[in-house]
Design a protein around this ligand. Structure first.
Ligand code: R1P
Length: 289
């Protein structure tokens, strides 16, 4: 049965609905960034850029870096956008868009996020590079899918117990990166961490401007969490969704974080753009290594 027009929505030119891409526009190695302007910060290092498009917050460029074809795409902020981007990237390689049928031979993409993040551990300073080995999702995205087989329940149960999790917020889930990509992209220059992905930037991450929050101690509790030596290291807004959906779809993903803030010490990087640029160059060179 072909997938209905209301479920797999295509634009008049046959491209996928939100990303505006056709299958030939995509490489099998993909870098995601949050900020649409960061796409150019990655591709300025390329030998050539052969394709560019954008729609809403989803800007895409495909080109080659040291001879390797790579696509760079912005996701905007949050795991709700990750649902859209990752399902449409998968459709581009694993669904025959003309026949509207799932292909018999599936393709696994390598998808690497290059993003910014705040550390919650004093000993992970600003300007470090952190790779998320595990991620805890405080959003609800993964629970809308048949996803129990990709979740680490012992860790999420310990997390809820040790933080006295307020159940009205969500039911946290824990997921893991691609071990192959972790090995390929880590080095003495990177810290391996456990990232908490939250649904907002202010209250959900414990920032108080004018609004009181439900639990003033949450970041401290997260920093003190310990499950068999695993501790939560940093906060951002996409990684758990990326790992969860990638693992469900059979893709390999890894999240590279430039630590631009330290929430435990109150510091913020003097040069956030510079540290992101250095992480971009590091990541590109590791991809082609
Ligand atoms: C918040 O300022 C945004 O920055 C972080 C968070 O995950 C969130 O998307 O990542 P990016 O720099 O990749 O957007």
């Amino acid at each position: 049965m072909p997938i209905k027009a209301s479920e797999l929505i295509l634009n008049p030119d046959g491209s996928v609905y939100h990303l505006n891409l056709l299958p030939e526009h995509l490489a099998t190695t993909i870098i995601t960034v949050g900020d649409p302007d960061r796409v150019g910060s990655v591709t300025k290092h390329f030998d050539s850029v052969d394709f560019t498009t954008h729609k809403r917050e989803f800007h895409t460029q495909t080109g080659t870096y040291k001879g390797k074809k790579i696509t760079v795409i912005s996701t905007g902020i949050g795991t709700d956008n990750i649902d859209i981007v990752f399902n449409e990237l998968d459709a581009l390689v694993n669904i025959d868009l003309e026949k509207r049928e799932i292909k018999s031979k599936l393709t696994s993409l390598d998808i690497i996020r290059i993003g910014t993040s705040g550390s919650i551990q004093k000993d992970i300073p600003i300007d470090s590079f952190l790779i998320s080995e595990y991620a805890a999702g405080f959003d609800s995205l993964l629970h809308f899918y048949d996803s129990e087989h990709v979740q680490y329940f012992k860790i999420s149960e310990a997390l809820k117990a040790q933080t006295n999790w307020f159940v009205k917020k969500s039911d946290p889930y824990v997921v893991k990166c691609s071990d192959r990509l972790l090995k390929k992209l880590s080095s003495g220059e990177t810290v391996i961490g456990f990232t908490a992905t939250n649904v907002g930037f202010y209250g959900p991450q414990g920032r108080i401007l004018r609004l009181a929050i439900q639990d003033n101690e949450l970041n401290d509790k997260l920093a003190n969490f310990n499950y068999e030596g695993k501790t939560i290291t940093n906060l951002e807004m996409e990684t758990a969704g990326i790992y969860g959906i990638s693992n469900l779809l059979g893709h390999n993903s890894l999240s590279m974080n430039a630590i631009i803030a330290n929430r435990a010490t109150g510091e913020f990087s003097d040069d956030p753009k510079g540290i992101v640029d250095t992480l971009i160059k590091y990541t590109l060179d590791k991809i082609v290594d």
